[in-house]
Design a protein around this ligand. Structure first.
Ligand code: ATP
Ligand code: MG
Length: 429
């Protein structure tokens, strides 16, 4: 019978890989906590209308990337392609933005029907952050400082570059869009195919074109920064001054636009050239109009999302994954002979008295020799041998698997002391 395979672009995370993910997720969650951000969780499935209204009808995501289907009631539902829309929906539904600010984060799977390749999947994972109720550049800068600290902590700060831009307000963007279309219409034949298609649907995305010819054409095109009104211009220059002041390196990229319609004023991306074409590891910006667009009161907002798969790849390329996270067992408890009860009881005693340790009880019997192979293979530091003699005398044999020390016999109380010390001294290395 043909075996069933996973859906293309939807990966399994295998046990060898999960420690890096846990390390990354834990590091980010702790860091966000230190800045006063709180976690929010919302559904993976939402009414299709939510994404159409927020992300924009003519964006790539809504036009061709969403997993949309009718549920059994005939209502159109969509697997979330990103988190901002659902986060805003949840906040509005529960009154979280009413007369208060919110600093929130979330994580989880997102779904986009894209062409799967390295760093581009159909089910991928993001950690996202959203701030509501603050309109100044100070909070934009706070987000960037927080991300910068994260890169430093992870050891990838040398591999990423921050690009920032201002998209202005929807009025100034509208004026710019007209000027851009007028300019490009006269040179339509020279545009790449994608850009020709976007000329009337989403012309700003042309700035983002990967085609060298199109980019050359844009050199003479009207520039977005010349169309910004004072408010956006001030916001942006204050943001740049704050970044300078706190010492975060960045580049102004006047052609940086985002693939979602709701952004205005500040936009940013952290990019790396260590991952080939999928170089954006974190992206975001300001979306002051979105809450209102979903029927709420005017609420300024800013946020970002980082792609976990790409970050894991980057940690790997950078060689900065700490060795210790790969090891998942500290102590392997071997049991040979008629000692099942004693072995189970000993495992429980040790877990109570050495709460830092990860202890694996051998199950399934077999000789000490065959069990020892498993102990070695699982990466444990220490093997504890419990045979019938040990069980009868209340002793245990301790064998050090990674150190050149003789095997020792001792009481369980002595073993507890030793194991706790062993772990402490390893943490110091
Ligand atoms: P890209 O330009 O690479 O398509 P995007 O602008 O569509 O990215 P966003 O919607 O801003 O991406 O999502 C934020 C981050 O989520 C990206 O910077 C990236 O790290 C990650 N991401 C987006 N789409 C995917 C995907 N299909 N597979 C893996 N990661 C993704
Ligand atoms: Mg995309």
């Amino acid at each position: 019978m043909k075996k069933i395979q996973s859906i293309r672009g939807m990966n399994d995370l295998l046990p060898e890989e999960s420690p890096v993910w846990q390390y990354l997720e834990k590091t980010v969650a702790q860091l966000l906590g230190r800045y006063g951000y709180r976690e929010i969780r919302f559904p993976i499935l939402e009414p299709t209308e939510l994404f159409k209204r927020t992300i924009g009808e003519v964006t790539d995501i809504v036009e061709k990337e969403m997993y949309t289907f009718d549920d059994r009631n005939g209502e159109s539902v969509t697997l979330r392609p990103e988190g901002t829309a659902g986060c805003v929906r949840a906040c509005e539904q529960h009154g979280l933005t009413f007369n208060q600010t919110q600093r929130l984060w979330y994580q989880g799977p997102m779904f986009r029907y894209e062409r799967p390749q390295k760093g581009r999947l159909r089910q991928f994972h993001q950690i996202g952050v959203e701030v509501f109720g603050l309109d100044g550049p100070d909070v934009d800068a706070e987000l960037l400082a927080m991300i910068w600290r994260l890169w430093q902590q992870l050891g990838i700060d040398k591999l990423v570059t921050l690009q920032v831009n201002s998209l202005g307000t929807s009025e100034s963007r509208g004026r710019y869009r007209e000027a851009l279309v007028t300019y490009l219409e006269q040179r339509k034949e020279q545009l790449d195919e994608d850009s020709q298609r976007r000329l009337y649907s989403n012309p700003m995305r042309i700035l983002d074109s990967k085609s060298a010819d199109t980019q050359a054409l844009l050199n003479e095109a009207p520039r977005l920064e010349d169309f910004l009104e004072d408010e956006s211009r001030d916001h942006f220059s204050q943001l740049c001054a704050l970044l300078d002041g706190v010492g975060i390196p960045y580049q102004v990229n006047n052609r940086l636009v985002r693939g979602l319609d709701y952004y205005g004023k500040t936009v940013f991306e952290w990019v790396t050239d260590a991952l080939g074409a999928q170089g954006t590891v974190c992206a975001g910006g300001r979306y002051d109009g979105l809450v209102e667009q979903l029927g709420g009161k005017h609420t300024p907002a800013v946020g970002f999302a980082m792609g976990i798969e790409r970050l894991v790849l980057l940690l790997d390329v950078a060689g900065v994954v700490p060795d210790s996270i790969g090891r998942q067992v500290d102590v392997y408890l071997l049991a040979a002979g008629n000692v099942q009860v004693e072995a189970l009881r000993l495992g429980e005693t040790l877990r109570s008295q050495c709460p830092q340790l990860r202890i694996l009880n051998h199950c399934g019997g077999g000789s000490f020799k065959s069990q020892m192979k498993k102990a070695d293979r699982c990466g444990a530091q220490v093997a504890l041998l419990l045979g019938e003699d040990e069980a009868a005398s209340g002793q245990i044999s301790v064998k050090f698997l990674r150190q050149d020390k003789p095997q020792q016999s001792m009481t369980i109380a002595e073993a507890v002391v030793l194991l706790n010390q062993q772990i402490l001294s390893e943490d110091e290395d």
